[in-house]
Ligand binder design. Structure first.
Ligand code: ATP
Ligand code: MG
Length: 507
């Protein structure tokens, strides 16, 4: 199972344990990293990947076990200490400051200083020069004095890597670095990773995109329920065997899509209809029809205008042209609260900024949107909230110690499931899902897709946005294709991924 190597591991973890208030999250976990390899750390949502990374990088103290870096026992007490030892990390939620320059982001908190006793003045010339040198190492040549926000997410992601890398880095850890990148940007990131690997770095990479694992990884370690399952060469562990190792069982064959797509009465009034809906910089005039029970997929590349359309429909942005009709009646939403009152729901892409309230419990987070819909006249009782939360925790398989646990303590994927639960709880007539399966493991992805199909069959209308084209073509009854903030056409359900890509390319 393990691979024979000429060199010794650069980093070796053995017997690692971690528990929170008596609940064991990691038990007897091991990890071996060799210089010059890209190593995928895999496991279901809540398996313990991020926790292992936090132990390894000094964010959390382990409850047992040992770590060796180049043969020496280490016990980093903080991320800074880990970084000084040569272990660099980019966490699941990138925490950069969009309003600072690229160079400021790279050096925030550790500026080279000049002046008497080196204590007084930040030496901007040196800061910018160092920033340029660090970016050059990963093959990026950009103006470091410009604001970070002025660059695409992929570049921001690479800036995060440059920030993490020190001159003496031996290990680079990336926890779900690709969740908000499109295919082309992922390729660029992978080029950077390969370049660093070829320089001799050991790279740990966490992802829920199976194709990415095989695109870049040399070896794979799998965790399940906080335990080590095994370590393989990527070439020796096919996708099905990998999934089986993660789940501890085979993944049920994907239920075939319905043979006959539901037919919709074209003369009937649509649940939601837009005519020439537009917003100066966000969207070109767009016509859209969504009928009860219909799943409309929005396909397009990053920046195509999918999220912008969703935000306009949900009253988060104000259109400056066109109309929105609900059941044929023209409506105008001053805020999401108006949209919610009309039976709409939007599960946003950015769960961290638009979604979760970290310090509230799972129960409170799930009940939030339904309470907002009911207004201030009536409050959901504690018992009602409990019943609601328990129903969805079980329906979506949310892994949490209890529904009273602060949601911030859940794993990333489980927070995402709770966000979907929040909007399903409002029993909307039209649910807009923006990247609902981002950060969600293979098994949970399948469950969520099944739920969506079931709810549509029961009459709910759905607008489905996903960067994973395979998901869009699988669930959608109709596909609306966007490019450069403009609708370029529609395709019927059952179309292939290639047909969608062709339409995008032809536009
Ligand atoms: N500070 C904490 N207190 C209590 N429990 C925690 C804490 N941090 C993590 N956990 C629990 O540890 C388990 C493992 O979480 P972790 O974030 O490591 O999962 P993960 O494998 O990274 O999952 P995902 O793929 O969803 O990101 C989860 O059940 C989580 O709720
Ligand atoms: Mg995680």
């Amino acid at each position: 199972m393990s691979t024979a190597r000429a060199t010794a591991p650069v980093l070796e973890l053995a017997g690692i344990g971690k528990s929170f208030s008596g609940i064991s999250v990691l038990e007897d976990v091991q990890l071996r990293l060799y210089p010059g390899e890209i190593h995928a750390l895999m496991g279901q949502n809540g398996a313990g990947k991020s926790t292992l990374i936090k132990v390894l990088t000094g964010v959390l103290a382990s409850s047992g076990g040992e770590m060796r870096l180049a043969g020496e026992l280490i016990r980093p007490g903080s991320p800074l200490e880990a970084q000084q030892l040569g272990i660099s990390t980019v966490y699941q939620e990138v925490n950069l400051c969009p309003n600072l320059s690229v160079a400021e982001n790279i050096f925030a908190g550790r500026y080279p200083r000049c002046g008497i006793a080196q204590g007084f003045r930040i030496d901007w010339g040196t800061v910018n020069e160092h920033a340029r040198a660090l970016l050059a190492r990963i093959g990026l040549d950009i103006d470091v004095t410009r604001l970070l926000a002025s660059y695409p997410v992929a570049v921001q992601q690479m800036v995060a890597i440059a920030r993490a890398l020190g001159v003496s880095s031996k290990v680079l850890i990336l926890d779900e670095p690709t969740s908000s990148l499109d295919d082309e940007e992922v390729h660029k990131l992978f080029d950077v990773l390969r370049r660093l690997r070829d320089e001799g770095l050991a790279i740990v990479f966490v992802t829920h995109f199976m194709n990415q694992v095989y695109a870049v990884s040399d070896r794979i370690t799998v965790l399940r329920n906080g335990r080590w399952v095994g370590e393989w060469r990527a070439a020796d562990l096919g996708p099905q065997a990998l999934i089986a190792a993660m789940l501890g069982r085979e993944l049920a064959a994907q239920s075939a899509r319905p043979e006959v797509l539901p037919s919709f009465d074209d003369t009937a009034t649509a649940l939601l209809q837009t005519e020439g809906l537009a917003q100066a910089t966000q969207l070109q005039p767009l016509d859209l029809r969504v009928r009860a029970g219909e799943i409309v997929g929005l396909a397009g590349l990053l920046g195509a205008g999918r999220t912008e359309l969703a935000r306009l429909l949900f009253g988060m942005e104000t259109p400056d042209r066109g109309v929105i009709r609900i059941d044929g009646q023209v409506v105008s939403f001053a805020s999401p609260a108006d949209a919610i009152r009309h039976g709409l729901a939007l599960c946003p892409e950015e769960r961290k900024t638009d979604g979760i309230v970290a310090e509230l419990s799972v129960r409170e987070n799930i009940a939030l949107a339904l309470q907002a819909r009911m207004g201030t006249a009536k409050f959901l009782s504690h018992a009602e909230q409990t019943a609601l939360a328990e129903r969805f925790v079980s329906a979506l398989g949310i892994k949490t110690a209890s529904i009273e646990t602060p949601i911030g303590l859940l794993s990333g994927g489980n927070q995402q499931k709770a966000m979907i639960a929040r909007w399903l709880a409002t029993a909307p007539r039209l649910l807009i899902l923006d990247e609902p399966t981002r950060g969600i493991d293979v098994a949970a992805k399948q469950e969520i897709m099944e739920q969506i199909l079931k709810l549509a069959a029961a009459g709910m209308a759905v607008i489905f946005i996903s960067s994973e084209m395979s998901e869009v073509v699988r669930v959608a009854h109709r596909i609306v294709v966007l490019r450069d903030r403009k609708k370029v056409g529609e395709l019927p359900g059952g179309s292939t991924e290639d047909e969608v890509y062709e339409m995008i390319a032809a536009a």
